[in-house]
Ligand binder design. Structure first.
Ligand code: KG4
Ligand code: ZN
Length: 340
């Protein structure tokens, strides 16, 4: 493939992001997180798409500037096609289509969940890094998904376990909301948990068959537990915030790690990665490293900037698609739901 610059665009949820690659090397990755949702305790779809409209041009501009290139230098464009919020996706898809048409360059449509996995193949200039080798397992844990993916090749992936209800990130965010913490609650629980006792409040774990997950029961038991304690002491949350966060986080991590261990045992695969927003969690990272040491796994943990939604992962997936001639046509439409 000839030498070229690729622009990546991500607008699936509440982060507007643009990244520039020089072949497979990342030159810039700009992420603008929308703050308008904080006071609503969750993402408001209509506000998200409006905010993407406002930020897409400045974010792309910034990504090009940081990469030191002009729009005319871009040789291909990659964008998130789905899954995500349709109104949000449409902003990125329309931008990419218009850009590709105006500049007469190829465009590549990217599946957001596949991109979270392929974030492990991002390379940076002058930094030695060896990506996972095939086959590997990837625990993809985000605000919308919780999956164990068996990855046999870049575009040969199978979901071998998934959540039957809420995602792990949702469990963090809903637990935070119950405690009166702002959205998104995952990073806040992570921070407060570091000062708390993970065994202070034991929450029951669900018994879900095989490699699937469930988090809705945990949310309900946290809700009832806190509601009952508040009847005895109105300051219960305030007095026990760190212990509550540590205990909730510990339970979510145990649920995730148990299934990942089972998946490794069943498939015999010991090359294991984590991805998605929740893979930024310090407790999960530690549990992952400890389990790896116990079981002889070779593990891959993404850089923080590549865990939550970002365009670098979209651009690298686009690069890999372009190499294989997987080009999108102008009549393709975004999708809200769907699997790998
Ligand atoms: O991958 P992502 O940015 O967006 C989706 O595709 O959903 O993931 C966002 C999710 C949110 O639920 C957020 O609370 C969670 O990732 N998250 C965390 C942490 N950082 C982000 N959860 C726990 N600990 C963190 N440090
Ligand atoms: Zn995501």
């Amino acid at each position: 493939m000839r030498d070229l610059f690729i622009l990546g665009i991500e607008t699936s949820c509440d982060d507007t992001s643009a990244a520039v690659l020089h072949n497979n090397l990342l030159l810039s990755n700009i992420i603008s997180s929308q703050e308008v949702h904080q006071r609503f305790g969750g993402v408001v779809p209509e506000l998200a798409s409006r905010a993407h409209q406002q930020s897409i041009i400045p974010v792309v501009d910034q990504a090009l500037k940081e990469a030191g290139i002009a729009p005319s230098d871009i040789g291909a464009i990659a964008f998130t096609r789905g899954p995500g919020l349709l109104g949000s996706l449409l902003v990125g898809v329309s931008f990419a289509k218009a850009f590709a048409l105006a500049r007469k360059i190829p465009m590549m449509d990217v599946d957001h969940m596949q991109a979270h996995v392929l974030a492990h193949f991002i390379q940076k200039p002058n930094i030695e890094y060896r990506p996972p080798s095939f086959p590997f397992l990837c625990l993809t844990v985000s605000g919308g998904h919780t999956q164990i993916v068996r990855v046999d090749d870049y575009f040969s992936m199978a979901v071998i376990g998934k959540t039957l209800d809420d995602a792990a990130g949702e469990a963090f965010d809903k637990a935070a909301k119950i405690m009166g913490l702002p959205y998104p609650g995952g990073p806040i629980i992570d921070r407060l948990a570091q000062q708390g006792n993970p065994w202070a409040f034991p929450f029951a774990k669900p018994s879900i068959p095989h490699l699937d997950f469930s988090f809705s029961g945990l949310k309900t038991s946290i809700l009832y537990f806190i509601r009952d304690r508040l009847k005895e002491d109105v300051n219960f949350i305030e007095k026990n915030k760190n212990d509550l966060c540590a205990s909730i986080q510990h339970t979510i991590i145990e649920i995730l790690m148990e299934k990942l261990v089972m998946a490794s045992r069943e498939t015999g695969i010991k090359e294991i990665a984590i991805a998605g927003g929740v893979s930024a969690n310090s407790g999960l990272r530690n549990a992952f490293l400890n389990t790896a040491a116990d079981r002889g796994w070779k593990v891959y943990i993404p850089e923080f900037a590549f865990t939550t939604d970002n365009a670098a992962m979209i651009a690298i997936t686009g690069y890999l698609k372009l190499q294989r001639g997987m080009i999108a046509s102008q009549d393709m439409a975004p999708y809200a739901r769907g699997n790998l």
